[in-house]
Design a protein around this ligand. Structure first.
Ligand code: ATP
Length: 266
């Protein structure tokens, strides 16, 4: 696949565009299976909060429930950020929604139009999926460590558009220019740091309004699909302060917690 050699990842260029460079430890990797897997292993070895792995060719990128995340060298940005939460903070529910708010803030700050969020972890623009978020957690020494993996399509090679079972999109369709991947990554890390610090203080509750403002299914009829269970249909009534989806059903408002469920338009 064609690699965009005019725009290689460069840790110095990324660091120069960070608001707080000392907050991060950047590693640029040519090829790996999954940046989330790398950082989950690194977490066990004591890697510091703010460790970032960005990879040009991810060969086995993951989505939720073992589904794949596809990327193309030069046309995608795939990276993961390791974040340690203070002792005593409970398991970070709502974290993938908080990360979605950070991604939306960063993309909009760079001029992207029409960015929307689909519960719990997709980044859309004009109904097309241009990014995904996979949050995985480990507990080491009683403290929760999250690895936040983010994949974004800058351009969309036909091979990816045809291989995925959703309508895929890319940033070049919703931005007036295609940003340098180094500057895009720095903008995302700046937004993630601000958002995660807010999340540490007040949880998802402090970010819920921003998430709701970009909820692509607000007020729409949706289906919640879970393996081994009948589909649950209702009207999307937003999200709760912990990030759970609120579904208006004939039996009342149901809370759907993120995990092994998929949301589809009804
Ligand atoms: P869904 O969006 O179908 O609810 P999900 O949230 O369960 O999916 P994710 O974890 O976001 O899944 O990502 C995996 C899915 O994303 C894949 O099954 C595929 O349909 C889609 N996908 C994979 N790579 C890309 C890509 N580069 N661009 C857009 N969509 C992709």
């Amino acid at each position: 696949m064609r690699a965009n050699t005019a725009d290689p990842f460069n840790a110095d260029v990324i660091a120069a565009a960070l608001d707080k460079p000392a907050r991060f430890r950047l590693e640029v990797i040519d090829r790996c299976e999954s940046t989330n897997s790398l950082l989950l292993d690194a977490a066990q070895q004591g890697a510091p909060s703010g460790s970032v792995a960005v990879c040009e060719a991810q060969t086995a990128g993951r989505g939720r429930r073992g589904r794949g995340w596809l990327s193309a060298p030069g046309d995608s940005l795939t990276f993961s950020l390791l974040w340690r939460f203070p002792a005593g903070l409970s398991a970070p529910a709502g974290l993938s929604l908080a990360a979605g708010v950070a991604v939306a803030r960063a993309l909009e700050g760079l001029g992207a139009a029409g960015i929307g969020l689909k519960w719990p972890n997709d980044i859309l623009a004009d109904g097309a999926k241009l990014g995904g978020i996979l949050v995985e957690t480990v507990t080491v020494g009683g403290r929760h460590i999250a690895v936040i993996g983010i994949g974004l399509n800058l351009r969309l090679p036909r091979a990816i558009a045809e291989a995925v079972d959703v309508r895929a999109g890319s940033l070049d369709g919703v931005m007036p220019y295609t940003p340098s991947r180094n500057l895009l990554l720095a903008a995302l890390l700046n937004a993630l740091a601000t958002t995660l610090e807010a999340f540490e203080r007040v949880g998802f509750a402090g970010l819920a309004d921003e998430w709701l403002a970009r909820n692509v299914h607000a007020g729409q009829r949706v289906l919640i699909l879970a393996e081994g269970a009948a589909p649950l249909e209702g009207r999307c009534a937003g999200v709760d302060t912990d990030g759970a989806l609120l579904l208006d059903t004939p039996a009342g408002v149901r809370r759907v917690v993120s995990g092994d469920v998929t949301l589809r338009p009804a």
